[in-house]
Ligand binder design. Structure first.
Ligand code: SF4
Length: 360
């Protein structure tokens, strides 16, 4: 049977049916509709004011590639300028190839690119070193949790370095739905409460962050990349298979089979939860070491570096028995990166890496 006509231009044959609406569109009309929807998300949510200098968290993966491409198309209408900021976590056999994809994108789209490295920011620690340090401690499965903490801070540092006023990341609706599921499964009311909405306004001096693709499904992000012939990196990080996010993804697929709107419904549920006053966590204070936002004496980055420095990385993050904070007694301070400032740590899935499909 021949493909139906595009229901928008009525001139070309349809190349796809939109997963949610079933609308039959040709490739160009789908891409135009996708860009218009992202524009609406940004304008309706007042995410990026005219004049904003926007740091795009660029990982080389499909989501941040699509985000950078769409925002580049929309930048004249939004009145914003773009900078690509990539983070080198120091993951051998993975990140170099992803960074090569980011460099190709920056050259092709004529966008300035800045790369910040964990090793430079965090006293020589790379993710490979963190993984070696956690191996056999019972925390080796938590690589992505550690990485998410460091990555959020690194992106903030990179954005400040390029003079950005706002940070955008490529999380899509499926990513956010997985995050909501993970937070539910962990009983993490605090993250559920602050995980809704399209971003954060940037409290305590942190830069405002937003997710312009948050209402776009993963399938449509892939379709957009296909029809725009975007060059992106699609291999999985070596530490991803251990991540808890994979279970949330499997569960979401089962839910979507029974209820196609499950992902967006979960995203909107999180928005409503975030609005519930009783669910809001108390305002964070300042880290006693670096001054960044923190809900305990030390922010998550300093607590993690402290634990790694003392050879007790499993104590770096999380609660001890009986719910006590596991920061441990003060040890020798890690070599502090200069003037580290950012939020109290990532809500699950906010690290912005290409692997955020998997990271916690
Ligand atoms: Fe970091 Fe992502 Fe790799 Fe996890 S999967 S270690 S968050 S880069």
């Amino acid at each position: 049977m021949p493909a139906p006509q595009c229901s928008s231009c009525h001139a070309a044959r349809a190349a796809l049916r939109r997963p949610r609406s079933g609308q039959a569109l040709c490739g160009p009309c789908f891409c135009t509709a996708f860009e218009a929807e992202v524009l609406h998300t940004v304008l309706a949510g007042r995410l990026l004011p005219p004049g904003a200098v926007v740091a795009v968290g660029a990982s080389g993966g499909k989501d941040s590639t699509v985000l950078a491409h769409v925002l580049r198309e929309l930048a004249p209408r939004l009145g914003v300028s773009l900078r690509l900021v990539a983070v080198d976590e120091g993951i051998g056999g993975y990140r170099d190839a992803a960074l090569a994809a980011v460099r190709r994108q920056a050259a092709r789209w004529d966008l300035p690119l800045t790369v910040v490295a964990y090793a430079d920011l965090f006293g020589g620690w790379t993710m490979d070193a963190v993984a070696r340090s956690t191996a056999g401690t019972g925390r080796s499965r938590a690589c992505c949790t550690f990485c998410g903490v460091l990555r959020r801070r690194a992106l903030e540092e990179g954005a400040r370095l390029v003079g950005a006023t706002h940070i955008v990341t490529g999380h899509n609706a499926d990513d956010m739905a997985e995050t909501v599921l993970m937070n539910f499964l962990r009983g993490d009311a605090g993250r559920l409460a602050r995980g809704g909405g399209l971003g954060s306004r940037g409290e305590g001096g942190a830069l405002p962050r937003c997710r312009p693709l948050q209402l776009a499904s993963q399938k449509e992000v892939v379709l957009y990349a296909h029809f725009r012939r975007l060059d992106y990196f699609s291999e999985e990080c070596v530490y991803a298979p251990e991540a808890f996010r994979g279970h949330a993804r499997d569960l979401l697929k089962l839910l979507e089979a029974a209820r196609p709107s499950a992902a967006l419904d979960l995203v909107h549920s999180a928005e409503r939860l975030a609005l519930a006053p009783a669910a809001r966590p108390p305002p964070p204070g300042a880290c006693s070491r670096c001054g960044a936002l923190a809900s305990r004496a030390l922010c998550q980055v300093c607590a993690l570096l402290d634990g790694l420095q003392r050879g007790r990385p499993r104590l770096a993050i999380g609660k001890g028995r009986g719910g006590r904070d596991e920061e441990g007694p003060p040890g020798p301070p890690p070599p502090p990166p200069s003037d580290l400032r950012s939020g109290p740590g990532p809500a699950a899935g906010e690290c912005g890496a290409a692997c955020k499909e998997r990271c916690e």
